[in-house]
Design a protein around this ligand. Sequence first.
Ligand SMILES: [Fe+2]
Length: 223
Amino acid sequence: MRTQESTIDHAVVAAVERSVHRLCRQYADRLQFHGWHHVGFVRAKAAGFARLNGADVTVVEVAALVHDVNYLVLRNSPAAAGRSLRREILAECGVPPRIAQWIDEIVDEAEMATRGRDISLEAQALSDADTLFKALPVTPVVLAHRYLRENGLSLRELAHKIVGEQCDVHEEGYYFYNPEAAATYSRWATANLQLWQCIKEAVDDPTVVELLDAVHAVDALAS
Ligand SMILES: [Fe+2]
């Protein structure tokens, strides 16, 4: 059923949801960080931000559902690495090619490593939801070690990636695009980035490196 305000039929959105959910379940061991818990959160929050900023809600929802399929294709990869799989899922679920192309562009625009101040409203809604997931106070506590495992990174590499990609955007004032999101979540973002800046400094201390090596040695014995 297509409602007047929906660019994408709700049955098609549901089909994309089922398809991505199935992939997340099937490859749960490869998607330690970017599994359904991440996709479901980003989809729900992105839809909310789209309603707030007037973006196309169904297009944003579908973009959120397929925004991280690159992690199924290649570890530690940019969104563009998932383009073929993304287009395959969208085509199989009945998303018209013109809209699929638009969704691809939104996903590229919203990527943290390359996003600018002026991106489309749809990319802003997706970006704010994805950025919020990064800034949640629970993420470094419950999920950071999963990111390391999923992407084969060391703690040092992840700290450098987060500080390198996110601090400038935060300082330049477009960490969140939506003013309400910025007002509500900037304190969390600031605390999170300070934590990662501290981790980046801590891993330069040789005694901390010894501590981490000892932890890894115990983990290796236990596995
Ligand atoms: Fe994401």
